[in-house]
Design a protein around this ligand. Sequence first.
Ligand code: SAM
Length: 279
Amino acid sequence: MSAIDSLPPLREVIARHALSAKKALGQNFILDLNLTARIARLAGDLTGADVLEVGPGPGGLTRGLLAMGARRVLAVEKDPRCLPALAEIAAAYPGRLEVLNADALAVDALAHLTPPIRIVANLPYNVGTELLVRWLTPPVWPPAWESLTLMFQREVAERIVARPGGEAYGRLALLAQWRCKAQIVLNLPPEAFTPPPKVHSAVVQLTALPTPRYPADPAVLNRVVAAAFNQRRKMLRSALRGIAPDIEALLLAAGIAPTARAEEIGLEQFCALARLVQG
Ligand code: SAM
């Protein structure tokens, strides 16, 4: 019996199902069920929510989510070797866990769930940023989900919550913070995982705002920010030259010095510039 439920400890589950970690699938498992329950709690009140989990692996976080009372968990796992272990969890929580054996990048998992929806995952690092960008850019806002509670390598987590003025600040920070409250809620050393990865990790909590912090067209804002940071060492008047014929005047109208560089400019000014570019 484990710390949070009547199922066996994860080491035993992994040994019984011969789940040796595969590097190509980003398999660094959390075996401490007190820790997975803690991560589940960071996601807020799960009792009335459907939860999407990407990459359940042997099911440590899945068990945390269910033990914390998630109404229903949909777990999308690419590795078929994990399915028997996940089936044992589903049997222990009748009607509350559905497992989809699929590549999370290839399925529209959110379409299977009923709001309120929370997304909680110890993400495979090789697909984490791609999934985050997709969740942050739905066709309409507010999105189907209310919150994202996601494990990233620490360097990526720092890029998500970064403020202007540093190396970490860029497209990801602006995309995340434009329409979400974003904060690092837990830092974890490599030893928290089996096998330990080479890098430190952090859990980021993103809560969807009902409306963006400042008005702007998403496609125009994305174009301006991409151009600005693609040449982040250049002054904005040259980095943004291709964006509009009179870019220097638009920068001034947005309250931005044309000689400034992208990493000095905050979200409010980028949104003002995007509105002026759109005309
Ligand atoms: N949630 C487990 C935990 O916390 O111990 C495992 C996390 S491990 C970092 C990432 C998991 O994502 C692995 O189980 C891996 O097989 C799975 N995975 C990797 N790529 C995936 C993909 N494209 N779609 C779905 N699952 C994937």
